[in-house]
Design a protein around this ligand. Structure first.
Ligand code: SF4
Length: 412
C-alpha cells in the first residue's frame, strides 16, 4: 500500500486494488515529547547553529589573517578533543584501527591549522573516578540501610539527551542524578584551565572543539553552567559530530585511507609515547562497570571481579538488551545492585518505577540512545546492505580493540 496526499493536504492510504481510505489526523501533544532533541526550542537551535565546523573554519581563517597581518596577539590556540566513540565509528567505516584513525585525524586537523589534537579518554576516566567517589553505594551508612535510603539509586549524568529529558519533564528525579560533569565538559575544564596554564595562554585565547558522537553534546556545551563569566569563554566552544567530520573530509578532499599519520599529542597516559589506550568498560563510558568494581573493592574488599567480562558478578539481561542488571552477591545476599537503561522506552519505565519506589538499585547508567553512545545520533550509519545491529556490534568491537587502562592508572 502507498500513502497519497491530496491538494488540500488530506492523507489517504491507497490499496493495491486502487481503493482509498482517508486517514485520521494524528494528534501529538507536549505530553508525547521525549526531549529527544528532534524538535528543540528556537533559542536552542540558535546555539546549535553556532556550533558547526564552519565556525572552526572561520576561526582558522581569522588566525591565518591575523598572522599574515602581524596581529599575533589575536591568534587563538586551537585545540581539538576527539571522543573514542567517534574514532571507533570512523575506524569501522574505513577499515582502519582506532590508532591509525587518531594519528591520521591528528594529521588532518594539523594541516588545517589546528595546534593540538587530544583524546578524551583521560576526562572519561576523571568522570568515572568522580562518579565512583560520589556514589551513594560508597556511603557506609547506605551499606547497612540497604535500599531504604531515599537517595538511591544514583543516576548517571553524562548523557545530555537524558539530562534534557529529565529537566524538561521529571523535576522530581533531578536529585537522584549524579553531580559529576560529563567527560566532554571535564575535558573542557582541563583544556581551558590546566592546559591553558601549562602553555601560558589565557582561557579565552583557546578555541576548544569537541569531536563527539551526538548532537546533544552541542546543547550540553552551550549550557550556561559551562560558561566562564570571568574570561567570557565556554569550556567547549564548538562540538562537531562524527558525521560532520566526514563532511569536512569531503570538503577538504581528504582521503583518510591514504593519509600520512602524525605523532599523537600527549596530555595524559592514554596517549603517552605515541600509543593509544582507552578507558575500561563499555563504549557508553564504562560507568556501571567501574563504579561497581570500585565500590566492591572499597566497601567489601572484593577485588576479584571484572564486570566487562561478567566475572564474579551476576549479569541479567532479558529479551530487552537495553536494560541490564549487574548484581554482586555474596552467600546469596546482594551486596551491590546496579543496572543500565538505554533508550527512551527504558528511561520512561525507570522514571515511573523510581516514582513508585520500585527501583531498588544503587546505581543506574542511563543513556538516551538505544545501545548507548556507540549508536549516538552523530555517528556514522551502516551501508544499506548491513543491518544496524551488525554495524553496532562491529563499531563496538573496534572500540574494544584498543587496550584498556584502569582509570586509577591514568595520569597526566
Ligand atoms: Fe549522546 Fe546518545 Fe551517548 Fe546520550 S547516549 S551521550 S545522546 S550518544
Amino acid at each position: 500500500n502507498v500513502i497519497k496526499i491530496d491538494d488540500s493536504g488530506g492523507y489517504y492510504e491507497v490499496f493495491q486494488d486502487g481503493a482509498e481510505t482517508k486517514l485520521e489526523k494524528a494528534k501529538i501533544t507536549l505530553d508525547d515529547c521525549l526531549a529527544c532533541s528532534g524538535c528543540i526550542t528556537s533559542a536552542e537551535s540558535v546555539l546549535i547553529t553556532m556550533q558547526t565546523h564552519e565556525e572552526l573554519y572561520n576561526v582558522l581563517k581569522s588566525n591565518k589573517q591575523a598572522r599574515q597581518e602581524g596581529r599575533v596577539d589575536e591568534v587563538k590556540t586551537v585545540v581539538v578533543s576527539i571522543a573514542p566513540q567517534s574514532r571507533a565509528s570512523i575506524a569501522a567505516r574505513y577499515n582502519l584501527t582506532p590508532q591509525q584513525v587518531f594519528r591520521r585525524m591528528t594529521h588532518f586537523f594539523q594541516s588545517l591549522g589546528v595546534d593540538y589534537v587530544f583524546d578524551t579518554s583521560f576526562s572519561q576516566d576523571f568522570s568515572l573516578l568522580e562518579s565512583a567517589r560520589e556514589s551513594p553505594s560508597m556511603n557506609k551508612t547506605n551499606k547497612s540501610k540497604g535500599f531504604e535510603d531515599s537517595s538511591l539509586p544514583m543516576l548517571a549524568s553524562s548523557c545530555p539527551g537524558w539530562i534534557c529529558y529529565a529537566e524538561k519533564t521529571h523535576g522530581f528525579i533531578l536529585p537522584y542524578i549524579s553531580q559529576t560533569k560529563s567527560p566532554q565538559q571535564i575535558m573542557g575544564s582541563i583544556v581551558k584551565d590546566y592546559f591553558a596554564k601549562k602553555i601560558g595562554v589565557m582561557p579565552n585565547n583557546i578555541y576548544h572543539v569537541g569531536i563527539m558522537m551526538c548532537y546533544d553534546k552541542k546543547l550540553e556545551a552551550s549550557r550556561t553552567d559551562f560558561f566562564d563569566e570571568k574570561y567570557q569563554t565556554r569550556d567547549v566552544d564548538c562540538v562537531i559530530t562524527t558525521v560532520e567530520v566526514i563532511d569536512m573530509f569531503e570538503e577538504q578532499n581528504y582521503n583518510i585511507k591514504e593519509s600520512p599519520e602524525s605523532y599523537l599529542h600527549s596530555l595524559t597516559k592514554t596517549t603517552q609515547d605515541g600509543q593509544l589506550l582507552r578507558s575500561s568498560g563499555s563504549a557508553s563510558g564504562g560507568f556501571l562497570e567501574f563504579i561497581l568494581e570500585y565500590s566492591a573493592r572499597e566497601l567489601f574488599g572484593i577485588t576479584e571481579i571484572d564486570v566487562e567480562r561478567a566475572k564474579g558478578v551476576m549479569v541479567k539481561t532479558g529479551r530487552n538488551k537495553d536494560f541490564k542488571e549487574v548484581i554482586l552477591e555474596v552467600e546469596g545476599e546482594p551486596l551491590l545492585k546496579f543496572a543500565s537503561a538505554y533508550g527512551f522506552r527504558n528511561i520512561q519505565n525507570l522514571v515511573r518505577k523510581i516514582k513508585n519506589g520500585n527501583m531498588q538499585y544503587h546505581y543506574i547508567e542511563v543513556m538516551a540512545c538505544p545501545s548507548g553512545c556507540i549508536n549516538g545520533g552523530g555517528q556514522l550509519k551502516p551501508s544499506e546492505t548491513v543491518p544496524i545491529k551488525e554495524w553496532i556490534n562491529e563499531v563496538n568491537n573496534v572500540y574494544r580493540s584498543v587496550d584498556a587502562l584502569s582509570p586509577e592508572q591514568n595520569e597526566v
